[in-house]
Design a protein around this ligand. Sequence first.
Ligand code: PGA
Length: 252
Amino acid sequence: MTTRTFPTAGEAAAALAGDVLNQIRARPALVLGLPTGRTPVAFYRALVRGIRRGGTSVADLTTFNLDEFLGVSPDQPGSYRGYMERYLFRPVGLGPAQINFLEGTAADPRLECERYERAITASGGIDVQVLGIGANGHIGFNEPGEWLVLHTHRVTLRPETRRTNAGLFGGHIDSVPREALSMGLGTILRARKIVLLATGREKARAVSLMVRGPLTTALPASFLQLHGDVDVVLDDAAGALLGDTTGAAAHL
Ligand code: PGA
């Protein structure tokens, strides 16, 4: 796992956007895994600017998003599909045939998860998976707990995760769905390359445990240590505890 730290969140997001842009230019038919949340907004803004400025073609790109809220349809304001349309898909003109998304309103969530796994395999697999990390160490919606699930699956969201997503649902935690569909740890670890963006002091503990802590289901991101090609891009605040792993591990 390599880490790069930048003075500000904006610089970290721009650096990651530059990396992803280079990957798209080098391989226009890239299969790109994508996250949602507050942190990636600056990344998407920088990526859209870069794509427009460089006249980069995204016509051959394929995308897979990590997760979606259960029971939420793409046109509902809080949906992650809506978020992606707003911040990336519409601004760069990605069409429905290029976009893969878990359907939150699927009649049978289990079959929907199986369909998603098959679609990832049929695409040839994810070349570059972009990730964020929760302050509780989750990746995608793989929450801390006693066990982790390998493949795409139905998850129960932790209260802190519902709280951080309240902004998408009018600021009301009670309006945030209690369940979601998410790629599993195995789905994520199958990506050929993983890049992770974390900014802000509230992520510092999770980041330091992810990089140097023990592998534990109490901090799902720690399993990224099993992958051979992970770039972690941070601002100074999120990287603040990287030198202090004993202290961070004591808080597990
Ligand atoms: P955040 O979410 O950027 O909204 O903190 C990150 C994540 O949960 O992956």
